[in-house]
Every structure is written in structure tokens, then in C-alpha cells.
Design a protein around this ligand. Structure first.
Ligand SMILES: [Zn+2]
Length: 324
């Protein structure tokens, strides 16, 4: 018959015929159509998913690019800021070798601030300093000043004028390429330049080997809580424990330790805390009082009182005798 399909199943037990009618054919046909439709829908879905995935990837890479641009901008801004900070610092801290014009007779008015606002700030600071110095104590006499300048670092560690290549404070480290605190100032000095103590004291530490960040270095413990460090030396001409006076030769400049070129790294510390050495490098008998305003964390009143006591030691109020 035309509308019938005869399927013959054969086995050991004999054979059997299955007759498939036109209805069954229709069912099979419909099932096929449904299957094809489903496959088509799935195919379209996969294509659509791929397209949206590609779009998402494009958006992601665009975002990443944007992020990189932002980062570059941030880096640029940071660099500009650092440059501005160092530029802003430069005029208030001119190189040490540029000595100020011969000062007038009045002491303590040698350093002229660059602007009116700074001048008024300094006046305010000076007014505050009067409170720091006790009313009962008078400012140190000339002999007491000489005593204090012999004990507290002042001037530079050189006999000749020296130029500064790096200032105190935050900077991008020349080797580590990270923002680090520069604990001292760097003086430009060719290898072999003699280095002298900026005040008297006892040599508390000597590193004669070139190992370590500071390389060959000398640390001096001065009176009244101050100390000073001289680093990256090529030669040390003093031993730990030796007593030095202001101007004693300590060694020669070099390039030892973590250093990118010949220079002297110089630090000034008070009770172990680093201070800006530029204030001390510019300090002298001519502008003696200027340091009170610049280094406000130091108990100057107490130091001056101490210098009074030393100057009066010849007449001690009592001198008890040892019995037995
Ligand atoms: Zn340095």
C-alpha cells in the first residue's frame, strides 16, 4: 500500500513486520520540524551571546585603557607636584655657597625672607619664641654663644663654599625610584674633598667599610642632645670614641654605600630625630637668634639656661667634700 511503511524485524524466533501508517509518518515529520526549529533557535541564541560577549570585551578593554590613562595622568600630576615643591623650596633655601651680603650691626636680622607674607610669618614666630625663652633668662652673651656654637652643629662640613644637590624631606629616591624621606642634605663634592666636624663632641660611630646604605660614615655625638652624620665617605681619618672640636678633619668625601655619584650626605639630629641641616648650615654668630624660629621643636630656653649655668661654673654655690 502507498501510505504504509512496512518494517521487518528478524530474529532466531522468526520475523515480524511492523506497519507504519501515514499518521505515524506525520508524527515523525512534525517531530523533525520541531527538532530543526529548536536547533535553529539555539544557533541564533549562541550567535547573539557571542556578539554581546564581544561587545562586553570591547567595553572592558576601553575601561582598562581609560584606567591606564588616568594612572598616567596621576603619575604626571604627582611629578609636577614634586617639581613645584622643590621649586618652592629652592628660593627659601638658596645654595649654601651664596653667602648673604655683609650683615648690618644688628644681630638676628641677617636672613631676609623673600616675601612680605613670610616676613610677617617670621615676626609671628619670633613673638612665639619670646614665650619659649623664659623671661628670667637673658639671651646668651657673646661668650655663651661661642660655647653653644662650639657644641651645636653650624656651618657646613667644608672649608670652602659648597653647593647642595638634594634637600631635606620627601623626594623620589634616585636608586629605589620611590618617594622616601631624605634625612639629610647632599653636598656636591668631588671624591677626596676634606670633611670637617661642624661642632665639637665625641665620635660615637665609625663605619670604615663601604657596606650599608651610608657606606663609610662618621657619627658625632655633640653636647646638649645634638648629633651629626657624614656619609658616603671614601676615607675615614678618625676612630670611634675620639673627641673632636669644631673643624676637626673627619675624612674625605666619596661615593661609598647606596650612592649614585660622589657627594657628602650630611645629617643633623636632635635626640635621634633628624632635622633640616640647612638651618644649621646657615647658622652662625651673625644670625644666632634665627635658629630659634626655624627649629621650634628644640627647647632653646632650656639650652640657653644650661649655657648660663656653664658660664657661671667658676662660682659654684657649693662644693661638698668627700668624707673618707
Ligand atoms: Zn643624601
Amino acid at each position: 500500500m502507498k501510505d504504509e511503511l512496512v518494517i521487518t524485524l528478524s530474529s532466531l524466533g522468526g520475523s515480524r513486520d511492523i506497519v507504519v501508517t501515514w499518521k505515524a509518518k506525520l508524527c515523525v515529520g512534525l517531530a523533525g520540524v520541531v527538532l530543526l526549529g529548536t536547533m535553529a533557535v539555539m544557533g541564533i541564541t549562541v550567535l547573539l551571546t557571542r556578539a554581546s560577549l564581544a561587545q562586553a570585551q570591547a567595553q572592558l578593554s576601553a575601561l582598562q585603557e581609560g584606567h591606564l590613562t588616568q594612572k598616567q595622568r596621576a603619575d604626571e600630576l604627582q611629578q609636577t607636584l614634586e617639581e613645584q615643591v622643590s621649586e618652592a623650596k629652592a628660593p627659601t633655601q638658596p645654595p649654601v655657597e651664596k653667602k648673604p651680603p655683609t650683615p648690618p650691626a644688628t644681630e638676628g636680622k641677617v636672613e631676609r625672607p623673600p616675601s612680605q607674607s613670610l616676613r610677617s610669618t617670621e615676626r609671628a614666630v619670633r613673638a612665639a619664641d619670646i614665650l619659649v625663652v623664659p623671661r628670667t633668662s637673658v639671651l646668651p652673651k657673646l661668650s655663651e654663644r661661642t660655647l653653644l656654637l662650639g657644641m651645636i652643629p653650624n656651618g657646613t662640613p667644608f672649608k670652602k663654599a659648597a653647593k647642595i644637590s638634594s634637600y631635606f624631606g620627601l623626594r623620589t629616591h634616585p636608586i629605589l625610584r620611590r618617594i622616601r624621606s631624605h634625612k639629610g642634605i647632599d653636598f656636591v663634592a668631588s671624591i677626596g674633598t676634606p670633611v670637617y666636624a661642624t661642632a665639637g663632641g665625641v665620635v660615637s660611630r665609625v663605619n670604615a667599610s663601604s657596606r650599608g646604605g651610608y657606606g663609610r660614615q662618621v657619627l658625632i655625638q655633640h653636647g646638649l642632645g645634638f648629633s651629626s652624620r657624614y656619609a658616603h665617605l671614601s676615607q675615614v681619618s678618625i676612630k670611634s670614641g675620639e673627641h673632636v672640636a669644631k673643624g676637626t678633619l673627619l675624612g674625605l668625601t666619596g661615593n661609598s654605600g647606596r650612592s649614585t655619584g660622589p657627594h657628602l650626605h650630611y645629617e643633623v639630629l636632635y635626640r635621634g630625630k633628624t632635622l633640616d641641616p640647612i638651618n644649621f648650615a646657615r647658622w652662625s654668630n651673625q644670625n644666632f637668634e634665627s635658629i630659634f624660629a626655624k627649629e621650634k621643636e628644640i627647647p632653646w630656653a632650656s639650652l640657653i639656661k644650661q649655657s648660663h649655668q656653664w658660664s657661671q661654673m667658676a662660682s659654684l654655690p657649693f662644693s661638698p667634700k668627700v668624707v673618707r
